[in-house]
Design a protein around this ligand. Sequence first.
Ligand SMILES: Cc1ncc(COP(=O)(O)O)c(C=O)c1O
Length: 457
Amino acid sequence: MFGLTREGRAIQACSDRKSVLSEGTEAGREDGKGELGMTELALYGGPKAKSTPFGEGKRFGEEELAQLREALDQNTLFYWSGRKVKQLCAEFAALHEVPYCVAVSSGTAAIHVALASLGVGVGDEVITSPITDWGTIIGILYQGAVPVFADVDPNTYNLDPSSVVAKITSRTKIIIAVHLAGNPCDMDAIMEIAKGKGIRVIEDCAQSYLAEYKGRKVGTFGDFGCFSLNDFKHISTGDGGLVITRDSELARLAALYADKYYHRSGSGRDPEWLAPNYRMTELQGAVGIAQVKKLPGICQRRHELGDRITQGISGLPGIQPHRITADSRATYWFYMLRVNEQELGTRRHHFCEALRAEGIPCSEGYIPRPVYCYDVLTKAQVLHGAGFPISAGFHAAVPAYGEGLCPVAEEVLATAVRLPVSEFFTDRDVDEMVAAIRKVASYFASRRAAAVKERGA
Ligand SMILES: Cc1ncc(COP(=O)(O)O)c(C=O)c1O
């Protein structure tokens, strides 16, 4: 395992640690070389590794405008009456070679609709990842079900199948496999775990459009694939979501759960079951049609750029590249490496400062804490003023949410460095990003080696 193992923490705790982990500032030399004869860090006054601005581009243009005009010309923006949402669904389903797609108002709604359609209810347990957006969890709680967190793989950051197995109980109803950052989960293992136990699988593909596991697109393995069209994803309709499935009955239920359980083609109102209004409008549908046409190109480019970063930074001291699940094709929503501070010779925080000074935007970690540390769960603040429904006699006990639940996920978040990936980046952008990482990592590693040598001398 990479990163701060228990042993690593002990090393870190050693009193002599400060002597090899450099954090201070130092003056640059006039020749641009640091004290070890290496190119000085920009942080200390040396030349920047990234000298040109990152490539940018317009995500929305004439294609979206043309679709929007057609939507407005329909004289209705209601999905049931118009053609845009229907066309978006047909094209997205065809792209995934599945028969059904239902449009909703967000990725959160997509997961909620999938859970409701699979009959998840009070007291059921849903196993998922602690490194995800909170939107993965919201629907579980709204159904009165219990989120159960399995740990992740230290380098792919996706669910660790052995941890999933350890979390299964007689109440487990669903596994939500979150394909984080464009990287597919180990779907063979997850489908095998679910098989024969009556456990259904939902894939959270919000961050992983057109990613492939063993040549097959994510979202097509489980009972449902759920996608987000919020403004930060590979493609956007402002907000929105898509749910795909191969099962006609599940598709029928998803359409009902997305629209107040109204039978639009039949009797209309008088719903038999409680369901929210998660409808997508024709305006979003129109933008979505144009965006989906761009999706293969966007994903191909992100795939190339992300893999190019890995090639460029592999083998550096203290740097663990974002590992892609075996036999997979990632479409990088972001790129997340990990640092081993001891090997690197500096703190993650300082490493990020140095990278930013080189002209490379980056952030420490992803979400601030694993989602099981959020107040909603640790303080049982689910229903405003009314507490935690899952403790109200339907479930034996509220799970012990809080620090320590998934140690690997906690280590990942404490040691990860996130880099942006954009389809608008040029090869040069990524090469300069790689050069900056190499420069900074080599610099601190050399300083560390020199400090160790000096101490030994
Ligand atoms: C993995 C994951 N799941 C679910 C969601 C929720 O999507 P939305 O913001 O569209 O509700 C997101 C959005 O950030 C996400 O990244």
